[in-house]
Ligand binder design. Structure first.
Ligand SMILES: *Cc1c(COP(=O)(O)O)cnc(C)c1O
Length: 391
């Protein structure tokens, strides 16, 4: 299916193929829609792909983050350090788990949390650390794991962008006590809504399973099998965070294409690099040696002093050119709720604030055709008044 030039190119539109459709239909036909065998298979396949120890599927990465902090026995008032350049869910999950979020500014080149800034924010109340592998670029895990060890912090990796990401031969999400993944529609692979948690221990995996399903004891999961009726016992006040088989039906087939999709995004990424090399705009830094970048977001930096166009004007102009864009992210201290509750101010996290005010994400889905990619390039060059033909 190709898109005509005057059709809007939706940002983050997923590639959904026939196998997913058939698998969802099969679930619908059996009537087994809820948590069942397909969820189990998706957990196993994901765990194998990540070379992880234990995987629990849930209905979002937000739920994954929340449950990880509960499983870490976060106490009210415990401080959790994270980055100001992330989606609000990272910080909201800390708040809902009873913690106090503390921000540490980013490195302006990698856009990832700066370990030196983290160390400066550690107090005796610091309990956990949540790095986000921004855009799919791995954080400096040597330094962060060292901090976690020296200060006895629970390490929870927000891997919403980082399914394929590796650092020194190891997969993102297997460094921390917990690794949290998202299968939201715009993410590298999707289940519509969905998430996954990797844990290092059976004990953490068991507790998360209980918390994800109303706090009902492990045996309750057998309710979903045909072993006969089982009474369940409620052992905690849990949540309703389980994944459905309909979601896993999509995920199983998406996961099989995780590498070809990643290769396609890498190709698009390289084409963008060539196409914008001559421009007055910022493009992403190359991946660090001995890492695998997940290529989740291709972020341009629009500095009005260089480009003569403001970032927000650029967003409007791209829309007029029928190209969908994203902003990842306005730094969290820009939002009124956090300003009022925690007294955060953008200027206290200057690198995150600056990037948040200049950044624009352009389409990078594996679904894009070569002609879509050229349309994006043409639109960017047009909006920045660059010459029509890429160098
Ligand atoms: C998308 C995202 C989340 C939330 O994921 P959901 O599955 O939508 O809950 C959390 N953190 C980051 C960095 C994200 O990009």
């Amino acid at each position: 299916m190709s898109r005509s030039q005057d059709q809007f190119l939706v940002f983050g539109s997923p590639a959904i193929e026939e196998a997913e459709m058939q698998e969802v239909m099969a679930s619908l036909k059996t009537g087994w829609l809820g948590t069942g065998p397909k969820v189990m298979r998706f957990e196993q396949d994901f765990c194998t792909y990540k070379r992880g120890k234990h995987a629990i599927a849930v209905n979002s990465c937000t739920a994954a983050l929340h449950l990880s902090m509960l499983a870490a026995y976060l106490n009210p008032g415990d401080e959790v350090i994270t980055t100001p350049l992330t989606f609000c869910a990272t910080v909201n999950a800390i708040i809902h788990a009873g913690g106090v979020p503390v921000l540490a500014d980013i490195d302006p080149v990698t856009m990832n949390i700066d370990p030196a800034q983290v160390e400066a924010k550690i107090t005796e109340r610091t309990k956990a650390l949540i790095p986000v592998h921004f855009a799919g670029r791995p954080c400096d895990m040597d330094a962060l794991c060292d901090l976690a060890q020296r200060y006895d912090l629970v390490l929870i990796e927000d891997c919403a962008h980082a399914i394929e990401t590796e650092y020194k031969g190891r997969k993102a999400g297997t460094f921390g006590n917990f690794g949290c993944f998202s299968f939201y529609v715009t993410k590298n692979i999707t289940t519509g809504e969905g998430g996954m948690i990797l844990t290092q221990t059976q004990e953490d995996a068991d507790r998360i399973k209980v918390l994800a399903l109303h706090g009902m004891s492990q045996d309750a999961w057998k309710r979903f099998s045909d072993d006969g009726y089982n009474h369940y016992q409620v052992v905690e006040a849990g949540f309703k965070y389980n994944m459905m088989d309909i979601q896993a039906a999509i995920g199983i087939h998406q996961l099989q294409r995780v590498t070809p999709y990643w290769q396609r995004r890498q190709q698009i990424w390289q084409r963008y690099n060539e196409a914008f090399a001559d421009g007055p705009l910022g493009i992403p830094a190359p991946p660090e040696p001995d890492t695998v970048h997940g290529y989740h977001l291709y972020t341009l930096l629009i500095d009005e002093e260089q480009t003569g166009v403001s970032r927000d004007q650029f967003l409007v102009d791209m829309h007029r050119q029928h190209i969908g864009t994203g902003v990842h992210y306005l730094s969290l201290p820009e939002h009124p709720y956090y300003q009022q509750r925690f007294g955060w101010q953008p200027q206290d996290y200057p690198y995150a604030a600056q990037i948040g005010r200049q950044t624009v994400s352009i389409p990078l889905s594996a679904k894009l055709t070569d002609s879509d990619v050229e349309d994006v390039i043409t639109a960017v060059r047009h909006c920045l008044k660059m010459s029509a033909v890429a160098a």
